[in-house]
Design a protein around this ligand. Structure first.
Ligand SMILES: Cc1cc2nc3c(=O)[nH]c(=O)nc-3n(C[C@H](O)[C@H](O)[C@H](O)COP(=O)(O)OP(=O)(O)OC[C@H]3O[C@@H](n4cnc5c(N)ncnc54)[C@H](O)[C@@H]3O)c2cc1C
Ligand SMILES: C[S@@+](CC[C@H](N)C(=O)[O-])C[C@H]1O[C@@H](n2cnc3c(N)ncnc32)[C@H](O)[C@@H]1O
Length: 659
């Protein structure tokens, strides 16, 4: 994926396309002339409302020069509380080193390029959300061919930067279906600008519905194109049951549940100007599922890009970028020590081999032999597998605390929400002793308990019990220098102890730590890494007095999280009952949303990677912003999916009960 560059007079040129990234005379002036001025950005940004927003779509992120110039102008001309969303497609992302070298050409952009470079990491295939300038700027980098990503964006673009190498050198990109995708994603008044004046581009844009003008090009280029959408294409039918509720104005939000899902949601909302009350039933945050001493950043991917794999991949990059800004890798709250996924049996070996052959992202993982794995772990291992260099472990309570440490968030401890009522002043959150808080927006982030309310009781979430064993480190076990994962996992020690996990069983009503779960964890470790098992001198330990921690994982039937708006389930079943007769019916009635109610829950065994990106998705849906995930993934995690499946199953069973 990484491009091969040539540097001519200090400027980058793509060896593959044989073209320059920007004008040899002055890239900076070209960007201002072509993309900023011919989209009339300054003039439009000055007129934005106080909390307004603006979306730029770009083909070809390249060195990020256009992005940085837009960001700089935004700081100068847009209202202070307004947000700029820059969504850019890139098939061949530059390495961070090349990006730094290219941006080094522009001293006037140094501050911004430094900030970009801090976030320009962990970029994998698909959707990558970078949050800059304290949330004032979001950059969504879509890695892959423009036609694999752009059509799956959920966004409304105000201005297009139609960049990319010259049409003669890159004809594959400048295709009619690209212009049609742009038109579909455009706001009614959307504008575009491009450096080229090629006839095929002009005709393609016109056919897609843009009014196209020729303007004076930059420098030695005689002409360029710019224009505006003149004819909005017919919007293709979209399933209303998979839509997001209409966006909300910022106001008061209540988030129920102070684990990683709740804290990440609260932070994403506070960043967007919501006054958030984070409601937690215990005296401290992270007292349940998110309370283990060590949580592994374990990107369990599958070779076919299933929805869970696409979510995990986007979530992995997102969590890593978030952590860089929040937790030092000091061995206490976080260790960036890498994760080894071991081929513990033949089937897993084949799975990892197939995974190694995917192109999910440069630097994401690499296959290692048993000898290399042993060297990485500093402990003899019997098998090799895949090494994820950016993985590691975190102390989940530290991440939760860091996310909740935001001046827009008020934490209400020892406050168990038991019911919700709505009146003209909004939602009233009730506890045993009366009202806890009032809000315009409520997010259920209470893991398994998220379905314990009248409004959410239709959601099928169950709890799975899991226990970790906390093992005292020995001199020999301290050598372990990376996380080992297989059917179980073990991390290098945090302080005096390793966390060894974890059992997985249906919840039997018991959350006490048991010796039999410790035995399961130890026996799994013995299978995964016998030398480490021996180094831990477990035979000298009294298993019944070993420390550990048991808690619940909240899971939905299909092991994907539940993220999105809450509906009135009874009305949903009546409204969409025709689907029981014909599952392909294109109904148009909007879903019966319960205005202001949302959920972020059911993160199962991988909440460290899925909960923060889910929080970003939810906050983007609530604000009507470009989504940080492909639109094709939204139905897979939509809270209404089970209602819909029951309706369709009722048809398959030949039943008309719901009509
Ligand atoms: C043993 C074990 C090991 C794990 N290991 C890993 C790992 O290595 N890596 C990884 O990524 N994931 C791991 N997970 C999964 C991960 O811990 C979870 O996915 C994640 O913690 C879920 O976060 P959450 O915020 O949804 O839930 P929780 O952290 O459980 O938070 C829910 C919160 O809601 C509160 N609450 C509930 N009801 C109410 C109410 N009515 N009013 C107010 N507050 C309420 C609870 O007190 C709780 O604090 C593990 C899970 C377990 C159980
Ligand atoms: C001229 S450069 C863009 C310059 C960039 N806007 C900047 O500010 O530096 C063109 C970019 O388009 C990318 N590109 C080319 N074809 C593409 C395609 N089909 N899909 C996505 N990106 C593509 C190239 O990899 C390259 O980075």
């Amino acid at each position: 994926m990484t491009p091969s560059l040539q540097w001519i007079d200090g400027q980058p040129l793509s060896a593959h396309y044989g073209d320059v990234y920007f004008s040899r005379e002055s890239g900076l002036e070209e960007t201002h002339h072509v993309f900023l001025n011919h989209n009339r950005l300054t003039e439009r940004w000055r007129k934005l409302p106080r909390r307004g927003s603006f979306v730029i779509g770009e083909t070809g992120f390249g060195t990020g020069l256009n992005f940085l110039c837009a960001w700089q102008e935004w700081e100068r001309h847009a209202p202070a509380a307004a947000r700029l969303h820059f969504v850019s497609c890139e098939k061949h992302p530059l390495s961070a080193t090349d990006l730094a070298r290219a941006l080094g050409l522009w001293p006037e952009l140094t501050d911004l390029s430094q900030e970009l470079l801090q976030q320009y990491r962990y970029l994998f295939r698909g959707w990558n959300r970078l949050t800059l300038a304290g949330g004032r700027i979001t950059l969504t980098l879509l890695i892959g061919d423009v036609m694999e990503t752009l059509p799956f964006c959920d966004m409304t673009v105000d201005a297009w930067f139609l960049d990319g190498f010259a049409p003669a050198k890159n004809p594959d990109m400048w295709r009619p279906d690209l212009f049609q995708a742009m038109a579909r994603l455009s706001a009614p008044e959307a504008t575009f600008a491009t450096f080229t004046s090629a006839g095929a581009v002009k005709r393609g844009l016109e056919e897609a519905g843009f009014a196209v003008e020729k303007a004076k090009g930059h420098g030695r280029k005689r002409e360029m194109l710019c224009g505006q959408l003149a004819r909005k294409p017919e919007r293709p039918w979209q399933a209303p049951w998979h839509a997001s509720p209409p966006p909300l104005e910022t106001g008061r939000a209540a988030v129920i549940g102070g684990g990683i899902a709740g804290a990440a949601t609260a932070a994403a909302l506070a960043e967007r100007g919501w006054e958030v009350c984070l409601v937690e039933r215990h005296g401290t945050l992270a007292a349940e599922g998110s309370g283990n001493p060590q949580g592994i950043l374990y990107a369990k991917l599958s070779p076919p890009p299933t929805p869970l794999t696409r979510l995990t991949l986007a979530g992995y990059g997102h969590t890593l970028r978030l952590l860089d800004g929040l937790l030092p890798a000091d061995g206490q709250v976080r260790a960036a020590c890498g994760v080894l996924q071991l081929a513990y049996d033949e089937a897993e070996g084949k799975r990892l081999q197939a995974l190694a052959a995917t192109d999910y992202g440069e630097g994401l993982m690499r296959p290692v032999s048993a000898a290399e794995a042993s060297e990485l772990a500093a402990i003899p291992l019997r098998t090799g597998g895949l090494f994820f260099p950016d993985g590691g472990w975190i102390h989940p309570p530290a991440l939760v605390a860091a996310l909740a440490e935001n001046k827009g968030i008020r934490v209400l401890h020892t406050a168990e929400a038991i019911a919700l009522h709505q009146d003209d002043s909004g939602w009233h959150l009730m506890g045993q002793g009366g009202e806890l808080t009032q809000a315009d927006l409520v997010v259920f982030a209470a893991a398994g308990n998220a379905a314990a309310f009248d409004q959410t009781s239709y959601l099928p979430i169950r709890g799975n019990r899991g226990q970790v064993t906390v093992l005292p480190a020995t001199t020999a076990s301290r050598r372990l220098s990376t996380v080992l994962c297989g059917e179980s996992y073990i991390a290098p020690p945090r302080g005096m102890a390793h966390t060894l996990g974890a059992t997985y069983a249906p919840f039997d009503g018991h959350l006490g730590v048991t010796a039999s779960d410790h035995e399961t964890n130890l026996s799994n470790l013995n299978t995964l890494a016998p030398a480490l098992y021996a180094a831990l001198e477990t035979e000298r330990l009294d298993i019944s007095s070993l420390a550990g921690r048991a808690s619940l994982r909240a899971v939905a039937a299909d092991h994907l999280p539940l993220v999105g708006g809450i509906v009135d389930a009874e009305r949903f079943n009546v409204l969409y009952a025709p689907l029981t007769r014909d599952a392909k019916r294109k109904l148009n009635d909007p879903a019966p949303w319960r205005k202001g109610l949302y959920i972020n829950a059911a993160h199962g065994s991988r909440g460290m990677l899925t909960a923060p990106i889910a929080a970003e998705l939810l906050a983007s849906q609530i604000g009507g912003e470009p989504l940080p995930l492909p639109s094709s993934l939204v139905p897979a995690i939509h809270p209404s999916r089970f209602l819909l499946r029951s309706l369709i199953r009722a048809k398959q069973a030949g039943s008309a009960v719901l009509t």
